[in-house]
Design a binder for this molecule. Structure first.
Ligand code: MN
Ligand code: MN
Length: 419
């Protein structure tokens, strides 16, 4: 009993009372400092031996990371950081848009996948290029025109909108252009944590670093015809708006015809894999999106009060991007180690292959996030389905549970709780 009291005193509920972490970290700090008191002495019971916080802290960041500032008592030991906010990633600014990346250099644990967040204006172009990693994309906003050619040289040109995906295999050249009225913003995921958008094969960069006489010989034109080519890379640039889609498709196809491969996927035209009263999960892998051979995804929505249930992935690391809302996730890292971290829009999370975790909506709006895997197929196992399909007396003997509690557990795989 005394132990329980001691524990409760250290929990966030005991620590912060009814006020939010933001209030405690920002408002209370200022108020109490003004009154010449330590941060929380006014709220503490007389027998509370927690240290005061006399030294200034980054109160805005503390408020966003309450589970790091005041870890739940179940957290223990050293667990490698598994969060990186795009907010502190370097942003490359160009006329026509911007981009920023989170790779293994920013988030050391993220060895198998990397991400890029990019914005293009209406007409803004991410120039023709390719790279050694596969590229999977999720449209966050607006509309865009994407182009590529397949391995037979046949063209693919289409327009995509919010919620749509695309996938370009390694070495397949492609481009992206923002469309009216306000261009686009999207997230790119690459099947290599070491990927960097600074190391892609760009058309302009390649031409700038090829002797002009070779370029003219290659095209069969006079050298003065290619003299005005850029002397350095464009990467992102502002261009005129493209013409009608059908016209671009016809011109790109030429005599060869269009590619039979669909490099885009209309997520919202497919039913969710699971829907409960607390949310839904859409799973996209090579079984439905054939071209996506290296990357599998789940688009998860969790309503306020809901939770993506305790589970793990036997086949791959999980790279997460938080689209909207607020969440917390605990990763149990074996050997008595566990860490809880907080997430919101624009944050990247990461869970190593097979490590158990949950994702709980801690806000009062819908939580929406992406689960990404370097795999041709999506796979997860839930705690509830494990225990439901194990002899009940064996489970009871482990967990010291009575029969009524065992009987009340979900028999299936709810995915999003409560059902
Ligand atoms: Mn690319
Ligand atoms: Mn997961």
């Amino acid at each position: 009993m005394a132990d329980e009291l001691e524990k409760e005193r250290w929990t966030r509920r005991g620590f912060l009372g009814a006020s939010s972490a933001a209030l405690a970290a920002a408002g209370m700090l200022a108020a109490n400092n003004a009154a010449g008191q330590s941060q929380d002495s006014a709220q503490k019971p007389a027998n509370d031996r927690r240290p005061s916080e006399p030294v200034p802290k980054n109160s805005a960041l503390d408020a966003q990371n309450s589970d790091s500032v005041n870890p739940p008592p179940s957290d223990a030991g050293g667990v490698q950081t598994f969060k990186y906010p795009f907010s502190i990633a370097h942003k490359r600014l160009h006329e026509g848009g911007w981009s920023r990346e989170v790779t293994v250099r920013e988030l050391a644990v993220s060895k198998s996948l990397a991400g890029v967040n990019m914005r293009l204006t209406s007409g803004g172009v991410r120039e023709l290029h390719w790279h050694t990693a596969a590229e999977w994309a999720y449209m966050l906003y607006g509309t865009a025109r994407i182009t590529c050619i397949d391995a037979d040289g046949k063209s693919f040109v289409t327009d995509v909108k919010e919620g749509d995906l695309w996938y370009f295999p390694p070495g397949i050249p492609h481009s992206i252009q923002g469309l009216p009225p306000d261009g686009t913003e999207f997230l790119l995921v690459f099947d290599d944590g070491n990927f960097s958008e600074y190391e892609t094969v760009l058309l302009s960069d390649w031409m700038a670093h090829t002797p002009r006489e070779v370029v003219s010989k290659n095209f069969g034109v006079a050298q003065n015809a290619v003299e005005k080519m850029p002397r350095k890379e464009l990467f992102i640039f502002q261009a005129e708006l493209p013409g009608p889609l059908a016209e671009d498709q016809r011109l790109a196809a030429g005599a060869l015809g269009a590619s039979p491969i669909d490099f885009a996927f209309r997520t919202m035209q497919h039913p969710p894999a699971k829907r409960t009263k607390s949310g839904e999960v859409r799973i996209i892998d090579s079984s439905s999106f054939k071209v996506s051979q290296n990357i599998a995804a789940a688009v998860v929505t969790v309503r306020p009060g809901g939770m993506r249930e305790l589970h793990w992935h036997p086949n791959a690391d999980e790279w997460q991007f938080f689209i909207s809302g607020k969440a917390r996730m605990t990763v149990f890292a074996t050997g008595g180690r566990a860490r809880t971290m907080d997430f919101e829009a624009g944050d990247v999370g990461y869970v190593l292959k097979t490590l158990p975790h949950y994702v709980e909506n801690t806000g009062n709006t819908d939580l929406k996030f992406l689960e990404m895997f370097k795999s041709s197929f999506y796979q997860d196992l839930a705690l509830s389905e494990w225990l439901a399909h194990t002899p009940p007396e064996l489970v009871a003997a482990h967990l010291n549970l009575d029969k009524a509690t065992l009987d009340a557990m979900p028999r299936g795989k709810p995915v999003i709780l409560p059902e």
